[in-house]
Design a protein around this ligand. Structure first.
Ligand code: AMP
Ligand code: MG
Length: 401
């Protein structure tokens, strides 16, 4: 029996070989969410640009708050007031710049204005209800560092410092080939006995789209050595990475692995992972190649655990993250396995914390086990689990959207 590579070792090896894309493109801000920032961004301005009021109310000198003060000016947002004359207060609105001389704002609910005079209930302290200039961002500060995925809040942050465009890494081109004579494209007709619809192509294209990567459709590839070689070579010439599904196991009809060895090299094959053991990684010429298994659940698991972090690193992301939590198992694992099991489970919040319920059918061909679950429970090789034990879980939302 050949030795199976532990998941962590395989991942480390795969990541070590990743050569991140260097080309950048400038995108309008609204096209940039989900892309990887290619440069550190330094703010040219303070945000906010002025000390300003956090409330609708009255701006005054805190030391004069005990007196009834004439209202000497009105400062709505967007208007710059004049210096506050001693012994007076200014009517002011949220976001409006504080007039020079004022050192506090009292919210209008705590003030009474009558005949142009305002009096304040309660003590007032210097600085109260004032948002100081630069409290969000100081001019000259690095607001975002390269190598992060731009999230909606980052796009807003870039807008707040006046950027209309942002430099991101060129989206990776990823070719997907579905191998198998039994495959039929959904929507193209009914199945004959022995056939099945090509679901992997759709799972993979959607996973790539969720990562903002460009999907290059390599179509269905027949189980034939020459056809496989041609398809692999063509895909490698057009893509930054080639992903196949199926044809990497040990059967006579599994041609992918042999053809990759002919066209380039196989770096690793067969992982201690369940499902997904036959996963292969290598290069076709200089183009990295990931051979996913054929079974739909294995495709999902191995994409998420190995291909996803690899592609994100190729795309320029510094640290691909996937949050790991702990949950109480609502199941038993009596027999220790030889592979790390990514069990499909449903997490629910209970009074005793997170609880993981195991999906009834864990077969690698049962794709509904992924659709009907919301997390993987990671069961390391050689371990058993008793109900109530804490197990590590990875929410699927953190892996696939
Ligand atoms: P293979 O590794 O090629 O023997 O494939 C393993 C299993 O996955 C077989 O039952 C295949 O029919 C199935 N399979 C392979 N490719 C796909 C695909 N693109 N969509 C759905 N099932 C597939
Ligand atoms: Mg096959």
């Amino acid at each position: 029996m050949s030795v199976l590579l532990p998941v962590e070792e395989a991942l480390a090896q795969v990541l070590a070989s990743a050569r991140p894309v260097q080309d950048t493109v400038k995108l309008p801000l609204l096209d940039a969410p989900g892309h990887v920032l290619a440069q550190d961004v330094v703010s040219p301005i303070d945000v906010p640009g002025d000390d300003n009021s956090a409330m609708d109310g009255y701006a005054l000198r805190a030391s004069e708050a005990g007196q009834t003060l004439p209202v000497s000016q009105r400062i709505p947002a967007g208007v710059v007031g004049s210096a506050l004359a001693p012994g007076t207060a200014a009517r002011i609105f949220t976001g409006a710049p504080l007039p020079p001389g004022a050192d506090a704002v009292v919210m209008q609910e705590n003030c009474t204005e009558r005949d142009g005079m305002v009096s304040v209930a309660g003590p007032v302290s210097v600085g109260q209800n004032i948002r100081p200039r630069g409290q969000d961002i100081a001019g000259g500060a690095t607001v975002l560092q390269r190598g992060r995925i731009l999230r909606p809040q980052d796009i807003g942050l870039l807008a707040s410092i006046g950027h209309g465009t942002v430099s991101v890494y060129r989206p990776l081109r990823v070719a997907v080939l579905s191998t198998g004579d039994e495959l039929v494209e959904p929507g193209s007709g009914e199945l004959h006995s022995g056939q099945l619809y090509n679901s992997n192509r759709y799972t993979l294209a959607s996973l790539l789209r969720g990562l903002n990567l460009e999907f290059i459709d390599g179509g269905i590839v027949a189980d034939d050595a020459d056809i496989t070689a041609r398809a692999l070579r063509d895909a490698a010439s057009r893509a930054d990475c080639v992903i196949t599904s199926g044809g990497v196991s040990v059967g006579d009809e599994d041609h992918v692995k042999n053809q990759v060895e002919r066209l380039g090299r196989l770096d690793l094959w067969k992982l201690a992972i369940k499902p997904g053991k036959p996963l292969a990684f290598g290069h076709i010429g200089d183009t990295p190649f990931i051979g996913l298994p054929g079974n739909p659940t294995s495709v999902f698991v191995t994409f998420c655990l190995i291909a996803r972090p690899f592609l994100l690193k190729l795309q320029g992301l510094d640290e691909p993250e996937s949050p790991r939590l702990q949950a109480r198992a609502a199941f038993n694992v009596d027999k220790p396995g030889s592979r790390q099991d990514y069990m499909r489970v449903t997490l629910v919040n209970t009074s005793g914390g997170l609880q993981a319920t195991r999906f009834s059918n864990q077969s690698s061909g049962v794709l509904s086990s992924v659709s009907y679950s919301n997390a993987f429970a990671v069961i390391p090789p050689g371990t058993t689990v008793s109900e109530g034990d804490l197990v590590e879980v990875i929410p699927l939302d953190s892996l696939a959207r």
